[in-house]
Design a protein around this ligand. Structure first.
Ligand code: FES
Length: 131
């Protein structure tokens, strides 16, 4: 494992338009995704994790959705994330992702958050691949 301090911050992208079952379209800021984004933004430390709002990952049937990415690493998209998830649980998972080469955390070392809800992962562009 390499030191996370040597790597760029993890981008934690959060769909702000996800709606939990039964939620109405308006007001948008009260949707589950918007609430999750607000909770994460309120507790994030900008030097290690960058929180980015996204309008729809096209995973709308599995709210809330978010992703971890960073240059040269695989990107992971997660679904079924409760808006009430403790932000620290998500940050801990993001830090672990950020610490491993190419973001590939061995299965046995993954916390529960990194074992459940994975919708997809996809590799970085070939010219960006970490070695
Ligand atoms: S509305 Fe959140 S993934 Fe589409």
């Amino acid at each position: 494992m390499t030191e996370s301090a040597a790597k760029p911050p993890v981008a934690l992208q959060v769909c702000t338009t996800c709606r939990a079952e039964g939620e109405s379209l308006e007001p948008r800021e009260q949707r589950a995704g918007a609430r999750l984004f607000a909770a994460l933004s309120a507790e994030a430390k900008a030097d290690e994790i960058t929180i980015v709002p996204v309008e729809c990952f096209a995973v709308c049937r599995r709210p809330c959705t978010l992703s971890f990415s960073r240059p040269g690493a695989w990107t992971y998209i997660f679904g079924d994330v409760s808006a009430e998830t403790d932000p620290q649980e998500i940050f801990d998972a993001a830090r672990l992702y950020g610490a491993w080469p190419q973001g590939l955390v061995p299965w046995k070392m993954r916390p529960a958050f990194l074992k459940s809800g994975i919708v997809a992962r996809f590799p970085p562009a070939p010219d960006e691949m970490e070695t």
